[in-house]
Design a protein around this ligand. Structure first.
Ligand code: FES
Ligand code: FES
Length: 156
């Protein structure tokens, strides 16, 4: 076991973890943060996307021990985050999810795209979402929801 301390959704936590446990398994199994979904478990689908020190990160590819002394945000976080709140509202309004399996990763990636101003056109949004796979929606409503959020929050 390796002792780690990290901040998860703003709270300082300490854990002893096996050195080969992924961040995704740690979040789900040890912290009960099951909004971090596991699809492919090898870095392709984006369902497990979280923020590590503010950067979108595949939680299935990162070891929990590599997050020692770092900050992790999961979909259960983002309290008071205006862009995330607007994204959630617009995903609901535009029916941008069906089963919802991809949605946590989509929302975290979409928020990052908006904050980095990578939402100038539908094509740019689709390119930004290239690492997040959705098997249900055909993406059109997801792109619409993100574009509307970007228009609502130009100075986010
Ligand atoms: Fe991590 Fe698919 S579960 S990228
Ligand atoms: Fe089902 Fe995207 S809503 S995978």
């Amino acid at each position: 076991m390796t002792a780690i301390r990290l901040r998860i959704n703003g709270a300082e936590v300490g854990h002893d973890v096996p050195p080969r446990v992924s961040l995704a398994d740690f979040l789900r199994d040890r912290r009960n943060l099951t909004g971090t979904h596991l699809g492919c478990e090898h870095g392709v689908c984006g369902a497990c996307t979280v923020l590590v020190d503010g950067e979108p990160t595949r939680a299935c590819l990162m070891l929990a021990v590599a997050c020692d002394d770092r900050a992790v945000e999961t979909i259960e976080g983002f309290a008071g985050d205006a862009v995330m709140a607007a994204l959630r509202r617009n995903f609901h309004r535009h029916h941008a999810l069906q089963c919802g399996y991809c949605t946590p990763g989509m929302l975290i990636t979409a928020r990052d795209l908006i904050l980095r101003r990578r939402t100038g056109s539908d094509r740019e949004i689709r390119e930004g979402l290239a690492g997040n796979i959705c098997r249900c929606t055909g993406y059109t409503n997801i792109v619409t929801a993100i574009a509307e959020t970007a228009r609502e929050a130009p100075n986010a």
